[in-house]
Design a protein around this ligand. Structure first.
Ligand SMILES: *Cc1c(COP(=O)(O)O)cnc(C)c1O
Length: 384
């Protein structure tokens, strides 16, 4: 029976310390969560600004539901495109200094849609080896030739670009690498795009709301502005709600509306979400205090953990991975923290390369300095 084969595969994963399971939250997302009846201090959400459980945004969602109801009822191109979507797209484009923006249901779908709409057979996609899984899936689905370069290795990327002599060229990259927390060399990537007449798709899932002036993201952070850049950011992380958008030249957006299959063939998100997101955007822009507090927590964590047997990876962002190496040791540490009432996820292969299992510590502006001290103290206890 096929079931026995499936069970054997799962058992093998479990033996290797790689079985994935879910835990159920019984409270809203925040640094203090209830899981299976027990309270935890958590360092594993991507809710970097603490907006996921913000009263003003929850209120906007309620108002949105009163005005627009619940479901969009159709895809955007049929009868599911509402004034609330249109308004949010306009606000997002303006915020990230692009001529136009387009909402997608999720970041995963946005990446699939952009890459598949812009390149195909005979074209070439160049991708950092540490890119997010959704970018990897997007390039495979596009049927373009794929060239993966070593993390941040601009010399290897350039030699790959020199070899691609025909067709369109598209570089795709995380702006802030999701499992490492470091920032891509965006100015160098853009320079290569200019030399080799290529496009650059920047996935700013972890920079939007956090980096740059008013939290407008990684392009502002690196002071970059070029029509070659196609900007994608998610709205379920720092923005605290759900969804994603792509911002680019109008002709690129029109192309996506016509050709991105993950846009065309799916129901639009509930318009009330767009109302909630407009309020979230307002709080992001006004969120310099939240961002300054987050930066202070990052500095506190890095100095507090500098003398552990494991080292923090070089990251200046809210993603602060502690490199452990061995899968089972990473899991044991995560469990040791949990026994002390602290929740940090252990990230293991295949999400990260073999031999680089880690604790992915993420900080949020909703944490206090005392929360970070508690984590530092618990990790020192476990190191003894
Ligand atoms: C989370 C994430 C995505 C996917 O976004 P969703 O809206 O969660 O589907 C894409 N890219 C990166 C780098 C991410 O971290």
């Amino acid at each position: 029976m096929v079931f026995a084969a499936l069970q054997t595969e799962l058992d093998e994963r479990a033996t290797a310390g790689l079985l994935r399971t879910r835990r159920t939250l019984e409270s809203p997302q925040s640094p203090r969560i209830i899981v299976d009846g027990k309270p935890y201090l958590a360092f594993c959400s991507n809710d970097y600004l603490g907006l996921a459980n913000e009263d003003g945004i929850a209120g906007a969602l309620q108002k949105g539901a009163e005005q627009w109801g619940v479901g969009a009822g159709a895809a955007h191109l049929v009868s599911g495109h509402f004034a609330a979507h249109e308004q949010l797209e306009w606000e997002l484009a303006k915020f990230v200094h692009k001529p136009a923006a387009l909402l997608f249901s999720t970041g995963y779908m946005a990446n699939l849609g952009v890459v598949q709409a812009l390149v195909g057979r005979g074209d070439t996609v160049f991708a950092d080896k540490l890119n997010h899984a959704s970018l990897n899936d997007a390039m495979l689905l596009s049927r373009a030739d794929v060239q993966r370069y070593r993390h941040n290795d601009m010399a290897q990327l350039e030699s790959q670009m020199q070899c691609a002599t025909s067709g369109r060229k598209l570089i795709i990259t995380d702006a802030v690498f999701s499992m490492d927390g470091d920032i891509a060399a965006l100015p160098e990537l853009l320079a290569l795009c200019e030399s080799y007449d290529a496009w650059l798709l920047v996935d700013d899932a972890h920079g939007f709301g956090v980096l740059g002036e008013q939290g407008s993201g990684s392009l502002a952070h690196s002071d970059l502005d070029s029509p070659r850049i196609i900007y994608m950011a998610t709205l379920g992380k720092a923005a605290g709600v759900f969804g994603a958008f792509v911002a680019a030249e109008q002709v690129v957006i029109d192309t996506l509306v016509n050709h991105a299959r993950s846009y065309v063939y799916t129901t639009a998100t509930p318009p009330a979400l767009s109302v909630a997101l407009s309020e979230s955007l307002r709080l992001i822009k006004a969120g310099d205090d939240r961002r300054a507090h987050l930066q202070a927590l990052i500095a506190q964590l890095r100095s507090g953990l500098s003398d552990l047997p494991w080292s923090l990876m070089p990251s200046a962002t809210a993603i602060q991975p502690l490199l452990i190496g061995d899968n089972k040791q990473a899991l044991a540490l995560s469990e040791g923290l949990r026994a002390r009432g602290i929740w940090v996820a252990a990230i293991r292969p295949p999400t990260v390369p073999e031999g680089t299992a880690r604790l992915r510590i993420t900080l949020s502006a909703a944490h206090t300095a005392a929360d970070v001290s508690a984590l530092i103290g618990a990790l020192h206890e476990l190191a003894r």
